[in-house]
Design a protein around this ligand. Structure first.
Ligand code: BJ8
Length: 426
């Protein structure tokens, strides 16, 4: 980190010792997982820098923005539209839910058989180690899976800034109407908190900022179809994770810059792994920072990851929002159209997701799919069976994995992944 931010963290109410312990663990993990990789694109230096300052410089930027009267909105789900937040000149941040930290504290509020992602959010809050959570003016929870829905009732006791958004469970007309009504309410909450009104101009500007960010990330995704692959799955995942924290304009510029470099690599047939390395698509639960366990094992085992069918990945970023419309209401309709296409496993039925996994498998020239569900995540774990059925019936090899944030099953996961790669090679 470039400066000493201890005072800033103290002012935010962080527990300095616990926070230092977290940063040390993160730093070591980052060194082992990312910096040890060979032949990384030079453009990754920017993302390494962002990660090294993710609790430092970026938080300072947020605090400076607050001093200028802007609001910070933290969220846990890709159903929370960044466009609406930007349209009140707010800043949207994804909240950390990927660390094995404070789980024992979380279990005082939640049953042990709660998924790691939910426990991690509680662990961060109770351990007082998340500067994003503490600097947020609004924290948006969403009624998605049963785990999250019920956990927010408890979370609301710990966090007075919690705002809960209801979400539909079916892709029906009434489901869409519910989403629209909830986005309308959210606009009201944002306007009240920020003291700014959303206008056609501010919303159009916000939509185009987010569309450009998504375009850049789609460009990156497409370049991963090349063999040899120009960027590792780990680095591509990291970029998808940084998506939720960085200044959107700077992020878009940096992603486009690395894409220029990757295009040059492809033209020279230069890759991070040799041509012919087995190529896997990862599909399933979102991998929030610093959840790098599975991709690290996969790429250490001799395969590369060509795409993520995940909310930290293509499920969260695909589809742009239509910019045509001459009123806030019309633009809101476009936003609803875009978000209503997200094929999260909380929807029933959810056939689009199966089609999307197949489509991604083909588009990115994958050799097989690893389905990843967090332990105790019923929506994704149950959907994994239908996905496996469909893919295997079409001759696409699938490996279904269920894991959590602990390191206890690393050996077992490696063995299963190596066997799966052998199956593909065979
Ligand atoms: S749109 S995937 S970000 S809800 S892993 S907490 S589902 S028990 S995260 Fe998600 Fe929004 Fe859907 Fe995406 Fe529950 Fe499963 Fe835990 Fe999960």
């Amino acid at each position: 980190m470039s400066s000493d931010y201890t005072e800033m963290w103290r002012d935010l109410g962080l527990d300095i010792d616990a926070h230092n312990a977290l940063l040390n663990a993160l730093g070591e993990g980052y060194q082992q997982v990312f910096l040890s990789q060979k032949n990384r694109p030079a453009g990754m230096q920017y993302f390494d820098f962002v990660m090294s300052e993710v609790h430092g410089l970026r938080i300072k930027e947020l605090i400076d923005a607050k001093a200028e009267g802007r609001i910070i909105v933290g969220s846990f789900c890709v159903f929370v539209p960044e466009e609406l937040i930007l349209a009140v000149d707010g800043i949207s941040v994804g909240l950390c839910t990927g660390a094995d930290f404070g789980m024992d504290l979380a279990e005082k509020y939640l049953p042990r058989n709660t998924c790691s992602l939910i426990k991690s959010a509680f662990g961060f809050k109770l351990s007082k180690v998340c500067p994003y959570m503490e600097s947020s003016d609004i924290i948006v929870g969403e009624n998605t899976c049963d785990g999250k829905k019920k956990a927010y009732e408890e979370f609301g006791k710990l966090e007075k800034k919690l705002y809960v958004m209801d979400l539909p469970q079916t892709k029906s007309d009434s489901g869409k109407a519910l989403l629209r009504a909830e986005y309308k309410k959210f606009i009201q909450a944002l306007e009240e908190k920020s003291g700014r009104k959303i206008t056609v101009e501010s919303l159009k500007k916000a939509i185009s900022i987010v569309n450009n960010k998504r375009k850049a990330i789609h460009r990156l995704a497409q370049l991963r179809a090349a063999d040899p692959i120009p960027i590792s799955g780990l680095d591509a995942l990291l970029i998808n994770q940084v998506y939720f924290y960085d200044n959107p304009l700077r992020f878009t510029e940096s992603v486009n810059k690395i894409c220029d470099e990757l295009e040059e690599r492809i033209a020279r047939s230069e890759g991070v792994f040799p041509k012919g390395t087995p190529r896997l698509l990862v599909s399933g639960c979102p991998m929030a920072v610093p959840n790098w366990k599975l991709p690290f094992i996969i790429e250490q085992s001799g395969a590369t990851i060509v795409g993520e069918e995940s909310c930290v990945g293509e499920r969260g970023t695909r589809n742009e929002t239509d910019l045509t419309g001459s009123s806030v209401d019309e633009l809101l309709d476009n936003i609803v159209e875009r978000y209503f296409q997200i094929d999260c496993a909380i929807f029933t039925p959810n056939p689009d997701r199966k089609n999307h996994v197949k489509e991604m498998h083909k588009k990115y020239n994958a050799d097989g799919v690893i389905h990843y569900a967090l332990q105790f995540c019923q929506p994704y774990d149950i959907e994994s069976h239908g996905i496996e059925e469909v893919l295997e019936s079409e001759g696409i090899p699938v490996l279904n994995l269920v894991t959590d944030y602990s390191q206890e099953d690393v050996g077992q996961l490696s063995t299963r992944i190596e066997a799966f790669i052998e199956r593909i090679n065979g």
